[in-house]
Design a protein around this ligand. Structure first.
Ligand SMILES: [Zn+2]
Length: 351
C-alpha cells in the first residue's frame, strides 16, 4: 500500500482589527490539498467564530410560503405527475419507472446523455430529516432500472452520475424532492479528473487509490466516520463543497454491480448525513454519485459519492459560490474535516 500524503500548509494575514479596538491580529489560514486531484480548500479558525456571515438562518416563513404556492402548479406532485415526459416504450415500457413513491422519467431539457429525473417523494416538500433511507433508495432503484435499459440499447452509455440539487440555493428549479442522472459517452470535467487520477494511481502504485485512502483513514480514524455495508463514510480532507462528506464503495465502480441491498446501505448513510446537516443548521445540499461502466481492463475506479451543503434559503441570501470557488476552484471550509467527522459519527447508529 502506498502512503497517501495529506498536505497542509499555512498562509497568514496581519491586520489591526476594528472589532477589537484596532488591536494587532495575525490570522492563520490553513490550506488543504486533495491527495488525489490536487485541488485546495481553506480553513480559517476565525470563520467558526463569525459563522453567521457564512451560514445565514433559514427563513422558515419564506420556505412555508414558497412550498404552499409552488405546490399549486408543481408537475412532480401526484395529481399532475401524469404530465411529465416519458421514455419511449421500447426503452421503458409504460414510459416511466415507479418504485415505492419514486417515479423516474426523462428530463425535459437534457444536459447530458440520457438525462433522467427521479421524483423522490409524493410529498411536495420535506425537511432534510424527512428524506428517509427508503425514499432515497427507491429513487436510486428507479434510476438504476433506467441505467439497465439504456445500457442494453446504447453501447456508448458508459459514464453515470447521479445528483441531488436540494432547494434553490443548490440550483433546484422545483422544490419537490427529486434527483437527476446523466449517462454519457464521455465523462464531464470532474468525473474525468477523478477517473484519470484513479487510473494513473493504479498504474503508478499498483493499488487502487480509494482502497489505500480507506485503509489509511480507518487506521488514523480522525476523518473516518462509519461504514454502512460496503460503503465507507469519511469527511473530505480537501472538499469541493462546504461540509463535504464522501462515501466510497469498497470494491465496485459500476452501479449495475452494486446490489439493491447495497443501494439501501448507501441511502441509509446519506440519510444520516442529511440529519447531520440539519443538526448543523443547514437546509440545502448537493450530492454527486460518480460511477462508470465496468471496463475490460482494471482502471482503479470505485463508486464515490460527494455530498455538501449550500447556503440556506432566504430572500437575500449570500451565494456560497464566489471567486474562491468559481475562479480558483478552492472551497471554504466551515469546520476542520476532523471536527466534522466527529460530529457526523453521532448520526450513525454504529458509528
Ligand atoms: Zn410537488
Amino acid at each position: 500500500m502506498a502512503a497517501i500524503a495529506f498536505d497542509r500548509f499555512e498562509d497568514h494575514l496581519e491586520l489591526l482589527n476594528p472589532l477589537k479596538g484596532f488591536a494587532p491580529e495575525r490570522q492563520r489560514i490553513e490550506v488543504y490539498r486533495d491527495p488525489l486531484l490536487g485541488h485546495t480548500s481553506v480553513y480559517n479558525p476565525a470563520i467558526e467564530e463569525g459563522l453567521k456571515v457564512f451560514l445565514n438562518e433559514v427563513d422558515r416563513e419564506l420556505i412555508a410560503r414558497l412550498a404552499e404556492e409552488s405546490a399549486k402548479t408543481c408537475v412532480f406532485c401526484p395529481e399532475r405527475v401524469s404530465g411529465v415526459a416519458r421514455f419511449p416504450d421500447d426503452l421503458i415500457p409504460g414510459g416511466v419507472v415507479k418504485v415505492g413513491e419514486a417515479v423516474a422519467f426523462p428530463n425535459l431539457i437534457a444536459m447530458g446523455g440520457h438525462h433522467s429525473v427521479a421524483i423522490v417523494s409524493r410529498a411536495h416538500f420535506l425537511e432534510l430529516h424527512q428524506l428517509s433511507p427508503e425514499l432515497i433508495a427507491n429513487a436510486w432503484l428507479a434510476l438504476r432500472q433506467v441505467i439497465t435499459a439504456v445500457r442494453q440499447r446504447d453501447p456508448t452509455a458508459a459514464w453515470t452520475t447521479v445528483h441531488g440539487n436540494y432547494l434553490f440555493p443548490a440550483g433546484a428549479s422545483l422544490m419537490h424532492p427529486h434527483f437527476q442522472m446523466l449517462i454519457g459517452s464521455a465523462p464531464y470535467t470532474q468525473h474525468a479528473r477523478l477517473a484519470e487520477a484513479c487510473r494513473a494511481y493504479l498504474g503508478r502504485e499498483g493499488t487502487r487509490y480509494h482502497d489505500d485512502l480507506l485503509q489509511q483513514e480507518r487506521a488514523t480514524g480522525d476523518r473516518y466516520i462509519a461504514a454502512t455495508g460496503r460503503w465507507h463514510w469519511l469527511a473530505a480532507f480537501s472538499p469541493l463543497g462546504s461540509n463535504e462528506i464522501l462515501a466510497v464503495h469498497e470494491s465496485e465502480g459500476d452501479l449495475l454491480r452494486v446490489g439493491e441491498r447495497e443501494l439501501r446501505d448507501l441511502a441509509q448513510g446519506l440519510a444520516s448525513i442529511l440529519r447531520l446537516y440539519q443538526d448543523l443548521g443547514h437546509m440545502s445540499f448537493n450530492y454527486t454519485l460518480y460511477a462508470r461502466r465496468e471496463p475490460e481492463t482494471p482502471d482503479g475506479f470505485q463508486c464515490l459519492l460527494r455530498v455538501f451543503t449550500r447556503q440556506n434559503p432566504a430572500p437575500a441570501y449570500r451565494s456560497d459560490d464566489f471567486y474562491l470557488q468559481k475562479g480558483l476552484q478552492t472551497e471554504l471550509m466551515l469546520h476542520r474535516p476532523e471536527a466534522l467527522a466527529a460530529r457526523a459519527r453521532g448520526h450513525f447508529a454504529n458509528g
